[in-house]
Design a binder for this molecule. Structure first.
Ligand code: 6R9
Length: 645
């Protein structure tokens, strides 16, 4: 292990921060030793309840069960909008920065209230009521946030599907959660190019008979198909609605949203989050991790199609009455200085992005950064994948001019909010280190036997108690949630990640230890990509593994076995890549395809991915035991024909 260059917590930050080192210790201790008292206080100070709760938590991790604040009632939009209106009606809620640098807009809390209520009334007019599922397939425009909030207003459960997913992926997700209404736009705009969202919806809906309404935002005015019995222009329906809409009072454990994410097996899972616990953790982590102060301008570059966008573009900031910046474009358009120009233009104080973006921008030269002022910046954040120390150092010294703490936030779709992260006023910063558990979070490292490792060490990262924003179910398949997260280690939530704890008790995430890839911060199951490839009539079998990739973090390496009578060709390679694009989306396109005459299998027929991973990573002198293979010579052939990367 090379020497770690620790940045001690800055005196200046510590003296003004919400949470100092001693405050963290005191609050953390209380959060795990007296959870009832701790969470009662937090839930009452962060949220406004229609009906107060009397029960705090009830849990049994052996069966993956938890319920938080179960007899309390609240509405998320009352918390994110209405309660702020007396003080903040004219304060900006959302700054929207368009793909074209000439396009931007601010939306006040009053405007947000009017827009959300109108859309909520429109949803009710189309028959949407509490518990119904609504699919949101949108570009990064304010209407995406209105759509999420309007669902929450009427108690409908939203399922946001990332606009980069293909029609097939959208179709699967709409069917899986039985959505009856879809909100979309004619086209999206990113990096100067248009994305045919409505056309994708039309394709996806060919086999979704239960979708009765499609609301279409006019973003570009481009040509689109129209189904008069189903499609409605968003503005035509919404403009005529009242700006008053009674919020649905929801039980704390009523569902708020479903968000699909990839796992190691099968199709993506609809992770279900509920109302009270989720909102509390989103709000609390936003305030403490980012040391949010009144008036701060916060920019999270994620897409609302991912959990980061849910918790830190929409729910966390708005629950705190903050100003949240929503960006339609990409960091490299019109050029690689875009992020820093946006920071100067809107005087952004906190910037939260993914290591893959940092690495890509780092490779394009410092001058893109140093040409900008960035003096408004106070804090930087990282999320989505492990950040390598080199990228951390560049982010810290070049982007942050050595003055802004970096919070490296580890969490997951399933956890709803930050789980392990430094707090800027409390913790020394170590490049690449996720550092300390958030309040109430109780991580453990487990060894192969499932025993807890004490002190410094490395193992499987698991949680020994529930937290308010823990996954509640996999939509439509509760048993799958129990099997995926609560069965590997009995009585624990298993994250799928490995981690190391150092002598200071700080956590370093080492990456996934299951068959999940993290490509540019996006989670993809190897099984999903394999299923797409074997749909091609020429393929007999496929095995997908990750390998280190300079920009993406991990690249996708596919071993493909062809059926008798088919020959490898450049054309076939392109067809297989196109297959992944069609079935899943551009993020799933393989970087490397290696033609394999055979795959290394055990005698019981299990593919030995460990070996395939080593070959893909070029770790050839360390292949481990190959004696259990049915045919060890397969490995030599694969090594000999390793694809050039
Ligand atoms: C929020 C989000 C979750 C997986 C997670 C882990 C990886 C996320 C990380 C990180 C190291 C960090 N991950 N943050 N690894 N350091 N700060 O990304 O959710 O898309 O569900 O991905 O991402 O492997 O298990 P999600």
């Amino acid at each position: 292990m090379s020497e770690v260059l620790t940045r001690p917590v800055s005196e200046q930050v510590a003296s003004s921060a919400h949470i100092s080192a001693s405050k963290y210790d005191e609050m953390y201790r209380q959060s795990v030793e007296q959870p009832q008292a701790f969470w009662t206080e937090q839930a009452n100070s962060f949220l406004q309840w229609d009906k107060p709760f009397t029960q705090v938590v009830e849990e049994d991790l052996n069966r993956g069960h938890c319920a938080w604040f179960a007899d309390g009632q609240l509405n998320v939009t009352v918390n994110c909008i209405d309660r702020h209106l007396p003080q903040r009606a004219n304060q900006t809620a959302i700054i929207w920065e368009g793909d074209d640098p000439a396009d931007s807009e601010t939306i006040t809390y009053q405007q947000l209230s009017d827009e959300v209520n109108r859309l909520a009334n429109a949803l009710r007019e189309r028959g949407i009521k509490k518990g119904d599922r609504v699919c949101i397939y949108m570009p990064m425009i304010p209407q995406a946030a209105y759509a999420m909030l309007a669902c929450a207003r009427v108690g409908a459960v939203h399922s946001v599907v990332f606009g980069g997913f293909s029609p097939d992926a959208l179709n699967n997700r709409i069917l899986d959660s039985d959505c009856t209404l879809v909100i979309t736009a004619d086209e999206g705009v990113r990096g100067g190019r248009t994305i045919p969202l409505k056309q994708n919806v039309d394709k996806a809906l060919a086999t979704c008979p239960n979708v009765h309404s499609v609301l279409v935002v006019k973003r570009t005015g481009g040509d689109i198909g129209w189904h008069a019995d189903r499609d409605i222009w968003y503005h035509e329906l919404v403009d005529k609605q009242s700006t008053e809409c009674a919020p649905e009072s929801m039980g704390a454990e009523d569902p708020l949203f479903i968000l699909y994410t990839s796992g190691s097996t099968g199709k993506p899972k609809g992770v279900l989050h509920t109302t009270g616990g989720y909102l509390l953790m989103a709000a609390m982590s936003f305030k403490y991790t980012f040391d949010y102060k009144e008036g701060d301008i916060f920019w999270c570059t994620a897409d609302v199609g991912w959990v980061t966008g849910h918790s830190y573009i929409v729910y966390g900031p708005l629950a705190n009455g903050a100003v949240t910046l929503m960006f339609e474009g990409v960091p490299t358009y019109p050029d690689a200085s875009r992020c820093w120009q946006v920071i100067d233009k809107h005087q952004v104080n906190t910037f939260y992005t993914a290591p893959t973006a940092i690495r890509a921008l780092m490779g394009m030269g410092d001058h893109h950064v140093t040409n900008s002022d960035r003096s408004s910046l106070k804090l930087l954040g990282s999320v989505g994948e492990p950040i390598n120390p080199e990228a951390w150092e560049w982010y810290y010294s070049v982007v942050g001019d050595g003055r802004c703490p970096i919070v490296d936030t580890w969490w997951q779709t399933e956890t709803g909010a930050h789980m392990i992260t430094p707090l800027p006023g409390a913790h020394n910063l170590k490049p690449g280190c996720a550092t300390k558990p958030f309040f109430g979070v109780q991580p453990v490292l487990l060894d192969e036997k499932g025993e807890e490792i004490e002190g410094a060490g490395e193992g499987a990262l698991a949680m020994k108690a529930s937290w308010p924003s823990m996954i509640r179910s996999v939509y439509g398949d509760h048993q799958r949630m129990v099997d995926t997260y609560f069965s590997t280690f009995k009585g624990y939530y298993f994250t799928g990640d490995g981690a190391r704890r150092d002598a200071d008790g700080d956590y370093w995430i080492t990456g996934r230890i299951d068959d999940v890839l993290n490509v540019s911060g996006h989670r993809l199951g190897t099984a999903e990509i394999e299923s797409a490839i074997v749909l091609h009539p020429a393929t007999a079998e496929a095995a997908v593994v990750g390998y280190p990739h300079d920009i993406k973090g991990q690249g996708i390496y596919c071993y493909v076995m062809l059926k008798e009578g088919f020959e490898p060709s450049e054309e076939l390679r392109k067809e297989l890549i196109a297959m992944c694009n069609t079935e899943i989306g551009p993020i799933a396109k393989p970087d490397v395809i290696q033609w394999a005459p055979g795959l290394p299998k055990t005698r019981s027929g299990k593919i030995m991915r460990r070996i395939l991973r080593k070959i893909a990573c070029n770790e050839l002198d360390n292949l481990g035991d190959t004696s259990t293979l049915a045919d060890p010579s397969v490995v030599d052939t694969l090594i000999e024909h390793r694809a050039n990367k």
